[in-house]
Design a protein around this ligand. Sequence first.
Ligand code: MRU
Length: 352
Amino acid sequence: MSPTSQVYAVICHENRVLLIDQTRLPSEYTVVEISRSQDMAEAIKTMIVRGAPAIGIAAAYGMYLGAREIQTENREEFLKQLEAVAKMLRQTRPTAVNLFWAIARMIRTAYETIGSIPEIQEILLKEAQAIQLEDLQTCQAIGDRGLEILPATPHKLRLLTHCNAGALATAGYGTALGVVRSAWRDGRLERLYADETRPRLQGAKLTTWECVQEGIPVTLITDSMAAHCMKQGMIDAVVVGADRIAANGDTANKIGTYSVAIVAKAHNIPFFVAAPLSTIDFDLATGSEIPIEERDPAEIYQIGNTLISPAGIDYYNPAFDVTPAELITAIITERGAVPPHQLQQFQIKQMA
Ligand code: MRU
């Protein structure tokens, strides 16, 4: 069995839901307790919890907390109020499909459960726990399947990642960082290069923090340095996560991923996307249909409390971009790695 990361972004213990506050890392390790569905929605919106699979898990627990808040013994009324909780949670962040996937699974579970309201509430807790456990196992499988496709090099691998697709962004272990972890465990990794990932700095703050926890050698670079590092022959492959993958393989991930894919192509460096099957949205034919979240411009016009641009200008702050499938060497899933145009085989298996 693969070793698991000891970092858990979401913890459910004796009916209490705890989140590592990712807005405070790496300077402070703080755990916040969430006891109301509304607070879970706020935690997702403000990125106390972030990363596609982690917000799916958080939303699933948000559904459970919401189910517990409903004061009725009438099944129809219960389901109606649960739908309202789902609506509130869906409005938090639009891009990561795992959020909508997890909420849909919780709603389906509620409808399919025959029993009293307390019994449905109990089953919803179990379903959220199942989503979490499955994601942990999925990430470990992604990490190991990734090893099958990483390039063979005369030296140990130097990988580059963008944003944080690690334990903090999932139930544990990570997707892109899961591949890095598995490579490190098997003695195949020399070091990871982490893009800082403007504007929220998930690479600088979170990816490097996770590497430090496990002793994985990591070099932090600014986003603008990736092309230079590739030209210098410092990078063997790129591995990133995903927030939503369209049926044709176009992939939405943290803003800046698209530029990394272009420069990887220009330098003939393989570019891998590591993601669970739950991140593939087969309802969308291409990436142009993926909704892209726009966030508060304050994220780009100030660093900490310091303004870095003059007043009176305009801002544009998309949180994600879409990397076209043709720039992606392969998508690494828990069922193996495939070129983007072969993703459809997983849809057929899911339906079977
Ligand atoms: O805005 P964030 O921090 O939630 O964005 C996270 C990413 O873009 C990750 O790469 C993606 O969610 C994959 S996490 C396994």
